[in-house]
Design a protein around this ligand. Structure first.
Ligand SMILES: O=C(CO)[C@H](O)[C@H](O)COP(=O)(O)O
Length: 234
């Protein structure tokens, strides 16, 4: 067995990741996303780094920091780089048309959102299975909350119409974010007005941030069976 084309979608995701990595230019400050697709992009940046490209990265998770460091990529923080040229990340859902997102199934939504908000351009890489007509069609909205009083925060999220589940790891331990917080996965079903829901979630005391990314995306690179497609925000 040759192994070639045994994972055609994986190969397309790798190409999408490489296309996004090709947008990085010498001297840029770049936000490095989290997740399996973002990891392919960081690998691609590692190859470009080995070829002589020089830039600085701000990682969105300890995982991505570790990966980038192992590739020799220089990492910085917001104390020296309060604004980024570009941030590249994956997503759990992308709404066709608006390019609004759900992120955070990997648990890095807070740092991901801070990095996206600080970037002049925010580029998202996904496979075509992540495209939806309405956010919430398949994915819950992850919400990062303070451990103190999480039960009360969960009750109030429930009052917004969500089925709320505290995120637990496969080994049965609580999932704790890089910032030491908890995640409540909130299933709303298809969301009519993501902007209004993002605001309503953000109004609840105890909520740190939600995985709704509204009006933040500059461009989406979609890996599909027919090849790569680039979607640009209207
Ligand atoms: O938001 C994220 C992590 O918090 C990821 O970008 C999202 O979960 C997509 O991951 P993957 O590329 O593995 O499907």
């Amino acid at each position: 067995m040759s192994g070639q084309n045994s994972d055609p979608m994986g190969e397309l995701k790798r190409r999408a990741a490489e296309e996004a990595a090709a947008m990085v230019q010498d001297g840029m400050a770049v936000g490095l996303g989290t997740g399996s697709t973002a990891a392919l992009m960081i690998d691609a940046l590692g190859r470009r780094w080995a070829d002589g490209l020089r830039f600085v990265g701000i990682p969105t998770s300890e995982r991505s920091a570790e990966q980038a460091r192992a590739l020799g990529i220089t990492l910085v923080d917001f104390s020296t780089h309060a604004q980024l040229d570009l941030a590249i990340d994956g997503a759990d859902e992308v709404e066709r048309g608006s390019l609004d997102l759900i992120k955070g199934l990997g648990g890095a939504l807070l740092r991901e959102k801070i990095v996206a908000a600080a970037a002049r351009r925010f580029v998202v890489i996904v496979d075509e299975g992540k495209l939806v007509d309405h956010l919430g069609s398949r994915s819950p909205v992850p919400v990062e909350v303070t451990p103190f009083g999480w039960e009360s925060t969960a009750r109030q999220l429930g009052e917004l119409g969500a089925r709320v589940a505290l995120r637990i790891k496969r080994d049965g331990d609580l999932f704790v974010t890089d910032g030491g917080n908890l995640i409540l996965d909130c299933t709303f079903g298809p969301i009519e007005d993501p902007r209004a829901l993002e605001a309503a979630i953000g109004d609840i005391v105890g909520v740190i941030e939600s995985g709704l990314f509204v009006h933040r995306t500059s461009e989406v690179i979609v890996a599909g069976r027919q090849g790569l497609t680039r979607l640009v925000a209207a």
